[in-house]
Write a protein that binds this ligand. Structure first.
Ligand SMILES: Cc1cc2nc3c(=O)[nH]c(=O)nc-3n(C[C@H](O)[C@H](O)[C@H](O)COP(=O)(O)OP(=O)(O)OC[C@H]3O[C@@H](n4cnc5c(N)ncnc54)[C@H](O)[C@@H]3O)c2cc1C
Length: 765
């Protein structure tokens, strides 16, 4: 009995110890599933056993690990938080970002080195044929000008500089394209979205075995035993890229030495264990544990890169001595400068969907830019919106395609129903309709944050300045001048070559261009918008419009169903009409509403496939928005200033194209900059392409948006029929749908056959 008791205690005591302590957080700067995350999860499991304490991995992806490093700096030195950093966050970000938000020497204490990591350069054999080495890649890139994009896991990372050295030393027309971690790079190389990319060994080798990529170079000073057939960059003549990265555990400065030692012992035991080595060897990393002080020395060494490294940062530099220390006057990653010409800047007023899409486009084509946003902090606001394939295509060309499935749902079809739930018309959407790109239904806030985080990651944290509202503009001495004011009433001006007003429906820039215009036009409709968790209906990715314009309900899912509950997030919009003459609340996307103002009108909409009142009642928050638009303007451009997005062409949100046309504006502006430079001619060319078409959409959405069929059916039969063909012939339904798509610029054929707005890899000269 005594023996049984002591056995039980032996089993239970560690559990009690684990339960008593708070979990130890191990921060990781990348999304789940990447190589850092996988290492962290194996390490956390081993450390839990060693420390007899729960160790949980907390992913804080963003800006190449910078956000996680900043989180560690803010954490208390109480032994409850550690950070699994890679060399990029520990050594490169502090060297290349003006205000990284942490100083590794001052703010962190090293706990233990976990792994030495190398990466590999792989090409897509379908695109590049027989290319088998760096020279072959360079020859191919030079024979295909503007197409030599090489995906890299982060801006200003070792691979980013490696590609720059490749371009400079081999005279190759190759450009590093920064991604959000190596997972998406690998996916895009495999899918043939880009010809080449640099990623982790584990991920790339898996696809090499399947013949879908060919690995042509490995980083580090010597070949790796696990991939002996792959030559190093150095062997192939690229003397400046002989580095390996490392992965290490850090703690906040001030952690008591006995805890540092304890954690170091735990880390060392885990990484020395054959089990850990077996698990991480698939990733191609080598585990060399060292004691804390040796790690500190290693990270100090990495803070002093060779002059050669610095010269790779800026291809203008021929004198390495000038770059022995980083210049901090401005973030060099804001937009790589074109060779041999002075920096030209696009000022962007407004950091919404339009402004951030333009900023990402500028970054992609090598145009320097700065965004000024009135709110103090960008937050994920709004509810659902739709992105038509024509806009999705542009996001994919911006290298964002791999992020869209994380934030939304690929819409499959679009159906119209009477207020009694009778079926009028369904048409396929996105890939199902024959487009080469999907349509997405997404949460506006998640799309906005995705653009924002990706922009900061690619261009550095200084490229968006929040808390400054545009108040007006001028043209002075061949420059665009932007007037700004902050919440405290302080004024300042910024000068650039071009100014774009992307400041939404209440644009201050537009107000100066059209001073007599007044407030947006309200036609009498009010929208109540919300999201609810519910069982998806129809195909699970169906957008439905029910009723008619005086009593309309729209719904579409914006998330996949939770596998545990079966519930998805369904976006919905309830729409009632009032006398346009009566006063209504000024439009504000964030105004919260009361259910009793509109729910009673929708209580009859209970169908066997959708219970509308239940869906409305399940929403956490409901927003109210008077449906407004603005009359088309006669011109958008004054000298060096123009408009885009809602500032240029706010239309009724009935055609699923508000955000999409803002994205297309951004790409057309980018195209115009490439064709005409940062000149007034570029703005005129952009306006000539976009203004007439968007004006037509504004006018069409007022009277004959895609849902005007609902009104026709309501008018003809009050929403009741035996056969829809007796009310509206199928040909009429089909014709209407095709016509609207043609007006809105997203017909299947036009979208599929149009060449890219901006050819991949093209940069301003
Ligand atoms: C908070 C919010 C929520 C929204 N929710 C929805 C929704 O649920 N459904 C829907 O269909 N559409 C919604 N929209 C509108 C939708 O985003 C736009 O119609 C479309 O995406 C076009 O984008 P845009 O960038 O032109 O405008 P917006 O996305 O409106 O962005 C304009 C940006 O400019 C900023 N800004 C405004 N004035 C100034 C100034 N003077 N100086 C500097 N910056 C300024 C704003 O803060 C905003 O970030 C919302 C817009 C906002 C701002």
């Amino acid at each position: 009995m005594k023996r049984r008791l002591s056995l039980m205690l032996a089993v239970l005591l560690p559990c009690i110890a684990i339960a008593q302590q708070p979990p130890l957080r191990l921060l990781v700067g990348f999304p789940a599933g990447g190589s850092n995350d996988v290492i962290a999860r194996h390490l956390a499991q081993g450390m839990s056993d060693q420390l007899q304490r729960n160790v949980i991995v907390e992913n804080k992806p963003g800006a190449g690990g910078q956000l996680a490093a900043v989180a560690l700096r803010s954490a208390a030195a109480d032994g409850n938080t550690l950070f699994l950093s890679n060399s990029h966050a520990l050594a490169m970000i502090p060297l290349t970002v003006r205000q990284p938000g942490y100083d590794p020497q001052r703010d962190f204490v090293p706990v233990g080195l976990v792994a030495i990591s190398n990466d590999v350069l792989a090409v897509n054999p379908k695109l590049l044929g027989d290319v088998r080495n760096l020279k072959g890649l360079i020859d191919w890139a030079n024979a295909h000008p503007g197409k030599g994009s090489v995906g890299v896991p982060a801006p200003a990372s070792d691979p980013y500089f490696g590609v720059q050295i490749l371009a400079r030393d081999f005279g190759g027309d190759v450009t590093p394209i920064p991604y959000r971690g190596d997972g998406p790079v690998v996916q895009d190389v495999v899918a043939g979205q880009i010809p080449a990319g640099i990623g982790s060994i584990g991920a790339m080798m898996q696809y090499e075995r399947e013949g879908r990529v060919r690995v042509i170079a490995v980083s580090g000073p010597r070949r790796l035993p696990s991939i002996p057939h792959v030559p190093t960059y150095v062997e192939q003549g690229l003397a400046g890229y002989g580095v390996s990265g490392f992965v290490a555990v850090l703690a906040p400065a001030g952690l008591p030495t006995d805890l540092v030692r304890r954690y170091n012992r735990a880390v060392t035991r885990v990484v020395e264990s054959p089990a850990f080595a077996a698990k991480v060897s698939e990733l191609g990393v080598l585990p060399p544990p060292v004691r804390p002080m040796r790690l500190a020395r290693a990270s100090r060494r990495r803070r002093r890169p060779s002059p050669r490294w610095w010269s790779a940062r800026d291809t203008r530099a021929r004198d390495p001595a000038r770059h022995s220390r980083p210049s901090h006057r401005s973030s060099p990653w804001q937009a790589p400068r074109p060779r041999g010409i002075a920096t030209m800047t696009v000022l962007i007023a407004g950091g919404g969907i339009a402004g951030l899409s333009l900023a990402l486009t500028c970054q992609q084509i090598g145009v320097s830019f700065k965004v000024f946003e009135t709110v103090r902090r960008i937050r994920p606001l709004g509810v659902g919106i739709n992105l038509q394939p024509s806009a999705v295509r542009e996001l994919m060309d911006l290298g964002l395609g791999h992020l869209l499935d994380d934030i939304g749902v690929r819409t499959r079809d679009y159906g119209m129903y009477t207020k009694h739930g009778l079926h009028i018309w369904t048409e396929p959407r996105g890939l199902q309709a024959g487009y080469r790109w999907p349509q997405y239904s997404v949460h506006r806030g998640r799309l906005h944050m995705m653009l924002y985080e990706e922009l900061l990651r690619r261009a550095g944290p200084d490229c968006v300045e929040c808390g400054w509202a545009a108040t007006g503009f001028a043209d002075e001495g061949g420059k665009a001048v932007l007037h700004l004011r902050n919440a405290e009433g302080a004024d300042r001006i910024e000068r650039g070559d071009i100014l774009v007003g992307a400041d939404g429906i209440h644009s201050a820039i537009r107000r100066q261009i059209a001073p007599d215009e007044g407030e947006p036009v309200w036609g009498g409709a009010v929208l109540w918008r919300g999201t609810s968790r519910a069982i998806p209906y129809k195909t699970g990715a169906s957008m439905v419009m029910i009723g008619h314009s005086g009593l309309r309900f729209v719904a579409y899912p914006i998330s996949a169903p939770d596998p545990r509950t079966g519930l998805a997030t369904i976006n919905w919009i309830a729409n009632l009409n009032y006398e346009p003459g009566q006063p209504w609340n000024k439009e504000d996307w964030n105004r919260e509403a009361r259910l009793e103002d509109f729910l009673p009108r929708f209580t009859d909409m209970r169908f066997d496939w959708l219970d509308v009142p239940a869906l409305i009642a399940a929403a956490d928050t409901v927003y109210e928005y008077p449906m407004v638009d603005r009359d088309p303007l006669g011109h958008w451009t004054v000298g060096r200033t123009s408009l885009m997005g809602d500032a240029a062409h706010a239309a009724y949100p009935v055609g699923s194209n508000g955000a999409g046309s803002a994205i297309i504006d951004a790409r057309e502006l980018g195209r115009a900059f490439l064709e005409h430079g940062l000149t007034p001619e570029a703005l005129s060319a952009y306006e000539a392409r976009m203004r007439p078409a968007t004006a037509q959409v504004i006018l069409t959405n007022r009277v004959a948006g895609p849902d005007s069929i609902l009104d026709l059916v309501e008018e003809r039969c009050g929403g009741r029929f035996d056969r829809i063909e007796d009310v509206v012939p199928q040909e009429e339904l089909a014709r209407h749908s095709v016509q609207y798509k043609a007006i809105a610029g997203y017909s299947v054929q036009a979208t599929n056959e149009r060449p890219p707005t901006i050819e991949p890899g093209v940069r301003i000269r």
